[in-house]
Design a protein. Structure first.
Length: 609
């Protein structure tokens, strides 16, 4: 059985049973069966499957882990979390997160006016709302309206000018006034792609000098009592806990000193995001070096130690770890549309009465290959192919010879790999790098996993079925955009092996896991491929229920979103049909009907089966 590293990244959310990957919850349905059910409703192209129970699981896990960490050392501060809307603002994700978070008073974080309106309209009871990012006076006024509605809102100041705007709006509007947080610039930095989020040269926050200026301004305008929180962020997807510990020591000391300077209502430290997620499928190259338990234990320990040393109350702890909450809930499923090297079969050979000697030798290698000599014959076939390609360049063999040489070599290599599939031969991976299978997958990398294209972020990939059969084809994945960057190339350090399949007889679906954070909202309409059809799946003891299906945008809707006059497009097409010398009067109505139907389809490819 090939498990595709599911024991490393899967977090017990999914498991393999027989030949299929299943959801590890209640009735444990197979992803393949869910996808087949949806596609039987005449929905083609890629699918994004949402599993709300995984959102609930992550929220519960993060609160329970911090609760246990606080109990272990008798930590007196409270724990609270907010979900940063920038991670995923789609309504069919936000609704489940609101419901799952109610028992915990799980809050929301907004970084724009639109996100703030989502938060204000969806938040419940006294669950917290925090507002980060750059703000103008209008946005600050919106936070005052939130406070007036009785909401538990904290507006985080990114610069002195924003604090001056709060002072101005407070004079104009009076009470109630939202709570005020100050974002601090730390010298501590994270690691990796997002390290620049932290450090003294980071985009957001106040320096030590600006912090002191802010405190004086708050005192001067009698607003110091509303200052309740300091906030920092050292980067998304932290892979090492040491960076966080350093940042906590720095922030903890700032917190203690601010309280001693008179900020007596300051009671919270917001750690921002960064809690890591394990994406790797190869246990030799793990991304994370710590667990959630260690993250919670180190946070409470460091902050308690500083508070005791400086004789201040232990701060409440707030985190914004949206990637941890959202990533695992969504699985992108895309069908393989074509295998590009399937043309290398014996039926494609063009037989000649006389062959160059090296091609005759390739025929002999293919005829007599066995498990015992497979590795030797594999080497011989590659050497022969290289020699024959040189002969072609020099004009000594023709195109038919070259084609036969390529076909025979690929067939020999495939057969050798099949014969040696159970042998621990490291060289096989290097060889397969040269003869990898190209799988054309019916999706857009730019739309559905843009972080792979933009940041080289790997996502766990595996087929949804045939898992009781060992895959033998080194795979590179091509999406259907006309862009050479739309490829997930074979990587010998993190190799992906897939099956040889006859797509005329069976479907072959690939699952891309942990795509629930950032990918949807960052997706690009490259070649005008828009979001895939999205389905929310509720699993119960008896089976599962497809709660909602949100279809991918139609072609007419895509064009409309780019400010095309869609009525005019249709009129122009119909006019061209009416005036075409190749279309008879009796054909016009039928062709217009076909065009109208085509415009109501989505842009993804349709398979025959």
């Amino acid at each position: 059985m090939q498990d595709y590293g599911i024991r490393i990244w899967g977090e017990d959310d999914f498991f393999i049973d027989g030949d299929k990957v299943k959801v590890n919850y209640k009735s444990s349905p197979a992803l393949f069966d869910i996808v087949t059910n949806i596609r039987n409703q005449d929905i083609k192209g890629p699918l994004l499957l949402r599993f709300p129970h995984l959102i609930k699981k992550q929220i519960k896990l993060i609160y329970k882990t911090f609760e246990n960490a606080c109990k272990e050392i008798d930590y007196h501060g409270k724990f609270q979390a907010v979900f940063p809307l920038k991670v995923n603002q789609f309504a069919d994700f936000i609704q489940p997160i609101i419901e799952a978070g109610k028992p915990f008073q799980y809050g929301l974080e907004a970084g724009s006016k639109a996100e703030l309106l989502i938060a204000m309209s969806h938040i419940y009871d006294q669950a917290p709302v925090t507002v980060n990012g750059f703000k103008d006076k209008e946005m600050i006024e919106l936070t005052f309206l939130s406070a007036k509605m009785g909401q538990n809102i904290t507006v985080t100041i990114e610069g002195i000018n924003e604090l001056e705007s709060i002072i101005e709006v407070a004079k104009e509007r009076g009470t109630p006034i939202p709570k005020i947080g100050l974002r601090i610039k730390l010298h501590s930095m994270g690691i990796g792609i997002w390290a620049k989020s932290g450090g003294i040269n980071s985009k957001f926050g106040l320096t030590s000098t600006e912090l002191l200026e802010a405190i004086n301004l708050l005192k001067q305008h009698k607003l110091l009592e509303y200052f309740t929180m300091i906030h920092f962020h050292i980067g998304s997807q932290m892979t090492q806990i040491s960076n966080l510990k350093k940042a906590l020591r720095e922030a903890g000391n700032i917190y203690a000193d601010l309280r001693k300077l008179g900020a007596s209502h300051l009671n919270s430290i917001n750690l921002g995001g960064g809690l890591g997620v394990e994406y790797t499928q190869n246990e030799s190259y793990p991304e994370l070096t710590y667990s959630l338990r260690e993250y919670a234990s180190e946070t409470t320990f460091v902050l308690q130690n500083i508070a005791k040393k400086k004789n201040v109350q232990e701060p409440n702890i707030i985190i914004e770890s949206g990637r941890f909450i959202a990533s695992s809930h969504a699985v992108l499923v895309a069908p393989v549309f074509e295998l590009f090297s399937e043309e290398y079969t014996q039926n494609a050979l063009i037989h000649k009465e006389t062959n160059p000697p090296l091609i005759d030798e390739l025929y002999e290698l293919l005829k007599f290959i066995t498990k015992k000599n497979a590795q030797e014959y594999l080497h011989d076939s590659i050497d022969h192919l290289n020699s024959l390609l040189t002969l072609f360049d020099l004009g000594y063999i023709d195109l038919i010879d070259r084609s036969n040489a390529e076909i025979l070599t690929h067939i020999i290599i495939k057969k050798a790999i099949l014969l040696l599939k159970d042998e621990p031969i490291k060289e096989l991976i290097q060889i397969q790098d040269k003869i990898q299978e190209k799988y054309l997958v019916n999706f857009s990398i730019f739309q559905s996993i843009p972080d792979f294209w933009g940041l080289a972020q790997r996502f766990p990939i595996m087929p949804l079925a045939k898992l009781d059969t060992k895959p033998t084809r080194s795979a590179s994945l091509w999406d259907i955009t006309c862009d050479s960057d739309g490829e997930i190339a074979f990587d010998s350090k993190n190799p992906l092996f897939l099956h040889s399949v006859n797509l005329d007889e069976e479907d072959y679906f690939l699952g891309f896991f942990k795509v629930g954070a950032y990918q949807e909202v960052l997706g690009m309409n490259h070649n005008l491929f828009t979001h895939p059809t999205t389905a929310t799946i509720e699993i119960n003891e008896q089976g599962y229920k497809i709660q909602t299906i949100t279809p991918s945008d139609t072609l007419i809707k895509i064009l409309d979103s780019l400010n095309y006059n869609c009525t005019k497009i249709e009129d122009n097409l119909f006019h061209k049909i009416d005036n075409s010398p190749f279309i008879s009067k009796t054909q016009r109505a039928q062709i217009k009907h076909e065009i109208a139907l085509f415009l109501q389809e989505n842009g993804y490819l349709k398979t025959v089966n």
